[in-house]
Design a protein around this ligand. Structure first.
Ligand SMILES: [Zn+2]
Length: 306
């Protein structure tokens, strides 16, 4: 639930939210140099299996899913992990969840922030990996006011250009036209609080954007600089699930808009994270989304941490 004009029903709904708190609302944490990294659950999406598996060859898919417990004919229920970065006098959100206009079962970020004692007004920066509904639409509350009224909002220039180009509505395909309408409206609503930066800029001091295209044209990952403690990599949907993306990363995915480019991005990120031991945060990975990448035969496995 989001509601708000400053949480109109806070007292009435808080008890409900806590009572309903189920086990999938995993929360993961990592202390990295100056930064405290927490992942907050926005809830769980429900997607038809073909959204992801549709273009995958059936025999390869069956092999890729062995041992994962995923049924390729059942609805997919990916978790949604928003990243909260606190440090250097900043309170940063990486993506903001779905809000209440997209699906049931998501839009729970405001409750997760409450539970950590973070008020929407405390957030100084909102930075976006990409502009799909489950990452962007929570930026407005149920009154279409900004959910984080004191924050600057930052998006990469390629992603911004794509979603604000009127031609996108015609080229994106019928199944995703609502994504385009919703993204355009929200980005325009942010008006003066929105900054559009180059795809490799520091979006926040110590948080560097990195171009990771394919899932969307301007998808970004973020490198969090922890100094001597190392780097964490927030990968968004560039590594979009913790099963086939790891066990068969070279297999094209229906979730990606440019599927071949997404394969290239995914395989490079996985190889790098595995060889360097980098902590990653994935938006739709289990266990709160924070963990490491290990090699497993010719492919990989996700090892949650935190
Ligand atoms: Zn997503």
């Amino acid at each position: 639930m989001t509601i708000t004009r400053r949480r109109l029903l806070t007292t009435a709904t808080a008890g409900l939210a806590l009572a309903a708190l189920p086990g999938w609302r995993a929360h993961a944490s990592l202390s990295l140099g100056d930064w405290q990294i927490d992942t907050l659950s926005d809830g769980v999406l429900t997607l038809p299996p073909d959204f992801l598996f549709g273009p995958m060859p059936k025999d390869r898919l069956a092999t890729a899913l062995e041992g994962t417990g995923i049924d390729p004919t059942a609805p997919l229920t990916p978790p949604c992990n928003v990243t909260l970065l606190r440090g250097r006098d900043r309170v940063v959100l990486v993506d903001v969840g779905s809000g209440t206009a997209f699906q049931d079962g998501v839009g729970l970020l405001p409750d997760a922030l409450d539970a950590l004692g973070v008020a929407p007004e405390d957030v100084t920066d909102v930075i976006f990996t990409h502009a799909h509904p489950d990452h962007l639409w929570g930026v407005l509350d149920d009154f279409d006011d900004p959910m984080f009224p004191e924050a600057r909002h930052v998006i990469g220039e390629t992603e911004y250009a794509y979603w604000t180009d009127p031609a996108t509505l015609d080229s994106i395909g019928a199944a995703r036209q609502a994504f385009a309408v919703g993204a355009t409206r929200r980005l325009e609503s942010l008006a003066d609080s929105l900054e559009v930066l180059p795809d490799t800029a520091a979006f926040v001091p110590g948080v560097m954007a990195r171009s990771t295209p394919g899932h969307t044209p301007g998808h970004l990952a973020f490198e969090v600089d922890g100094g001597a403690a190392g780097t964490a990599l927030i990968v968004g949907d560039a590594i979009g699930n913790d099963h086939v993306a790891f066990t068969a990363p070279d297999m094209i995915s229906g979730a990606d808009q440019d599927r071949e480019t997404a394969v290239q991005t995914r395989t490079e990120l996985l190889a790098e994270a595995a060889s360097e031991g980098t902590a990653i945060v994935g938006y739709h990975l289990r266990g709160g989304g924070l963990g490491r990448v290990e090699t497993a035969g010719a492919a990989y496995r996700f090892v949650p941490e935190g």
